[in-house]
Design a protein around this ligand. Structure first.
Ligand SMILES: O=P(O)(O)OC[C@H]1O[C@](O)(CO)[C@@H](O)[C@@H]1O
Ligand SMILES: [Fe+2]
Length: 193
């Protein structure tokens, strides 16, 4: 029997407020997993020394990595800042670059920051009820600019894969920072360096 026929219909419960499910455990990314991702590396190290707290967590279902399957789950980004930069996910391109993803915001306030290799970028605001379409070719990163956890539900092609290398080496073209109490999108001075 081919692999794709082995997945039976199933359902999974997610709490609408917390985004959590009691049916699985989450993948967790603590401050120490985010080394190299923030412009102020010293601020990050100082925070880690005090407490290596949780920055975000998400459900990673096990699905056959084959076209035709979809992978879904929730992601919870906690509030906070490293220096003046808001807590965020690492961000990634899909390994199969031309595969899209949908995010639906359940709670909190933030942005989906997207950019493609051609240099186009956009920061789409995420508030409860907002669905964001991330087209193929766009790297995507969730950024929490509020005081509450930012919770999203996501769906993407199960074989899309995660390419972290490009972001880890080049960074993002834009940063989302706090400046005098306001959210600002600024150029990343270290981009591509
Ligand atoms: O892969 P990152 O950038 O660490 O962010 C994790 C999020 O991205 C996803 O891979 C979905 O694109 C989720 O599994 C998770 O919510
Ligand atoms: Fe993705």
């Amino acid at each position: 029997m081919s692999q794709e026929l082995t997945v039976k219909p199933f359902s999974m419960y997610f709490d609408l407020i917390s985004g959590m499910s009691n049916e699985r455990s989450t993948t967790k990314r603590h401050l120490s997993n985010m080394r190299g991702m923030f412009s102020n590396g010293e601020a990050l190290e100082a925070m880690i020394e005090k407490e290596n707290s949780l920055m975000y967590e998400f459900f990673e279902l096990e699905m056959p990595e084959k076209d035709g399957h979809l992978l879904f789950g929730t992601s919870i980004v906690y509030p906070g800042k490293v220096g003046n930069e808001y807590f965020m996910t690492k961000g990634h391109f899909h390994t199969i670059l031309d595969t899209a993803e949908v995010y639906y915001c359940l709670g909190g306030k933030g942005y989906m920051l997207m950019e493609n290799p051609e240099g186009d970028w956009i920061a789409e605001e995420m508030t409860p009820g907002k669905a964001v379409y991330v087209p193929g070719r766009y790297a995507h990163r969730s950024i929490n600019v509020g005081d509450e956890p930012m919770i999203t539900f996501f769906v993407f092609r199960a074989d899309a894969g995660h390419d972290y290398g490009t972001i880890e080496t080049k960074g993002y073209r834009k940063l989302i920072v706090e400046n005098e109490g306001k959210v600002e999108i600024v150029d990343n001075p270290k981009w591509g360096v």
